[in-house]
Design a protein around this ligand. Structure first.
Ligand SMILES: Nc1ncnc2c1ncn2[C@@H]1O[C@H](COP(=O)(O)OP(=O)(O)OP(=O)(O)O)[C@@H](O)[C@H]1O
Length: 262
């Protein structure tokens, strides 16, 4: 078995006294395509934020490539690059598509602008949006905005090997999209796994088509930890009561609504 890229051990996280993660463990190896499932409020996005180093857990350990990470990601000199695709695409409305995609390189690299523009155009082509660089986010559909955020996530400085993303973290990439736009995004996730140079991803999703198409390993979170782990084909005849309830949407079962805001 390859050395894990990410290992979460005994993660605990509470917000305002409300326990969200309680002794949660998760391992992601290079090449894994992990779908993180579970009811609303069960801590799926929190797990992604902890992996990304945007949230330091109350307790537990985060290992990246076998090395213990301490503190938020900004405090760490030697870490791997992870790219996160946020649920709302998180584009700057006042910047063009090209400026959004190339934002980090325009700000932080020594590459000439013409080279950055060339790289940006390559990535826009990869996500199926050639020729859109001069448009503004408001001129795009929701699905196109998502694809712009994918292009931004996979853009890297070719002169800096440390800048290559080693894991893509997708937070509900197909939420709010119609079935056809969802399929476009699902196909893109699979395509990028083959072509972007970053073959490992974790995806939080509620959408069944996205789970089945993009999740090679599935983990179902509930009550602060992983309750079930399996593969997409296990969903066809599920025997696990958590999975059965998750798929059927039954109100009664082992899972109760966990979002403390309800
Ligand atoms: N920074 C924060 N401050 C306070 N509460 C938070 C914070 N982040 C998350 N929470 C709370 O923690 C719980 C878990 O949130 P999280 O977004 O991880 O759940 P989720 O499983 O991704 O939910 P959903 O499927 O609805 O997106 C929620 O009740 C949320 O309100």
């Amino acid at each position: 078995m390859p050395e894990p890229l990410i290992e979460l051990r005994g993660i605990c996280q509470s917000f305002d006294g409300h326990v969200v993660l309680n002794d949660a463990n998760l391992t992601i190896c290079p090449g894994d395509a992990v779908a993180i499932l579970g009811p609303s409020g069960t801590g799926k996005s929190t797990i992604l934020r902890i992996i990304a180093g945007l949230q330091v857990p109350d307790a537990g350990e985060v290992y990246i490539n076998g090395k213990l990470r301490e503190g938020p990601v900004d405090d760490i000199e030697h870490t791997i690059r992870m790219s996160m695709v946020f649920q709302q695409a998180a584009l700057f409305d006042s910047l063009t598509v090209s400026e959004n995609v190339g934002f980090f390189l325009f700000q932080n690299s020594r590459l000439p602008s013409s080279r950055i523009c060339q790289l940006v155009n390559e990535k826009l082509e990869m996500v199926g949006l050639p020729g859109t660089g001069d448009l503004y986010p408001a001129q795009l559909s929701g699905g196109m905005r998502k694809r712009v955020s994918f292009a931004r996530a996979i853009l890297d400085d070719p002169d800096d090997p440390a800048d290559d993303p080693q894991i893509l973290l997708y937070d509900e990439p197909t939420a709010g999209l119609d079935p056809i736009a969802s399929t476009v995004i699902e196909e893109l996730i699979l395509e990028l796994q083959k072509t972007s140079g970053c073959e490992t991803y974790a995806i939080v999703t509620h959408q069944h088509s996205t789970i089945r198409r993009t999740g090679q390993r599935l983990v179902l979170f509930y009550n602060g930890k992983v309750q079930w782990e399996g593969k997409a084909e296990d969903l066809d005849n599920p025997t696990d009561p958590y999975v059965r309830q998750f798929l059927s949407g039954e109100i009664h079962g082992p899972m109760e609504i966990v979002d403390h805001q309800f």
